[in-house]
Design a protein around this ligand. Structure first.
Ligand SMILES: C[S@@+](CC[C@H](N)C(=O)[O-])C[C@H]1O[C@@H](n2cnc3c(N)ncnc32)[C@H](O)[C@@H]1O
Length: 277
């Protein structure tokens, strides 16, 4: 994501719930609905991906503390995989979405052969995978844990323990609301790397157990052509709940690092964990 305007607060909660819905309703039959990671949505998601951000830097510097291969879970188009490969690591990139992995494969096709040869791309479910090997580093960034329900998270923790080498580290990020009195819904305009301007709506009342995201081009042509509208609803699991859940599953949190400035709406925490001894 290259630029963003300040969030526009909605007047009240009832209006907030309808901002994105009203925008979609205004487009009528032109709407082509999709998810954020499918064939229509993946290119939009990728256009907005950031590479030099605090989360990427923190995950990469964590990995630098020990040598060895990395398992990048929910790797998508390779926001972490690609810099890890560039830094000389062997990386297994696992993701459920064939469309996101296609984007990764096309990035790999442009990369030097030496980099490509160190990457294994796996289409799989992070809550149920068996790769038959162990890794000193397992990553789950972009707060993607929130894409799983409780049963999915339990499966993920089991799989992580089955794939973590002795003394290995599982690093993951958690998202919670960091503004106490912010609006329920925000609407921002963001410009993708390709120059397209998007409208990004997020409906996330304080204390809610989930948030809804809607993404669409801000200035579709003034004709009857289809407009891609990506929507996603994901759960919210803050670091305190997560730490307790990880402990119950056999993963001890060694450190917690706040990656965002105080008061920011999206409060992101990096948890570094190891298998409980
Ligand atoms: C927020 S994106 C993050 C992608 C990438 N790590 C990044 O930072 O750009 C979430 C990713 O999780 C993937 N995903 C969703 N559910 C999954 C699952 N059960 N197992 C593996 N990947 C999943 C999606 O396809 C998507 O690529």
């Amino acid at each position: 994501m290259t630029t963003a305007t300040a969030p526009a607060p909605a007047a009240d909660a009832s209006e907030a719930a309808t901002l994105a819905a009203r925008r979609i309703a205004g487009l009528g039959a032109r709407v082509r609905p999709c998810g954020l990671y499918d064939a229509l949505g993946a290119p939009l998601y990728q256009d907005l991906a950031t590479y030099d951000d605090p989360e990427t830097r923190a995950l990469l510097s964590g990995v630098r503390t020990a040598p060895g291969p990395v398992l990048d879970l929910a790797a998508g188009a390779g926001r972490f995989t690609l810099p890890l490969l560039a830094g000389g690591r062997e990386v297994t990139a696992l993701d459920l979405s064939a469309d996101m992995l296609d984007l990764l494969r096309s990035e790999l096709a442009k990369a030097p052969a030496s980099m490509r040869s160190r990457c294994t791309v796996v289409q799989g479910d992070m809550s149920a995978f068996a790769l038959g090997r162990r890794f000193p580093h397992i990553l789950l960034g972009t707060t993607s844990l929130s894409l799983l329900d409780a049963a999915g998270r339990a499966g993920l923790y089991r799989c992580v323990l089955d794939h973590l080498a002795d003394g290995g580290r599982f690093r993951l990020t958690a998202l919670e609301r960091g503004d106490d009195d912010g609006p329920d819904e925000t609407a921002v305009r963001v410009t993708g790397a390709g120059g397209t301007v998007y409208e990004l709506y997020e409906h996330w009342p304080a204390g809610a157990d989930g948030r809804s995201v809607t993404l669409l081009p801000a200035d579709p042509p003034a004709d009857d052509s289809p407009v891609t509208v990506c929507t996603d609803r994901v759960g919210v699991i803050g670091p305190d709940v997560l730490e307790a859940e990880l402990a119950a599953a056999g993963l001890t949190v060694l450190t917690r690092e706040l990656l965002t400035p105080p008061g920011e709406r999206h409060r992101v925490t990096l948890l570094t964990t190891e298998a409980t001894r």
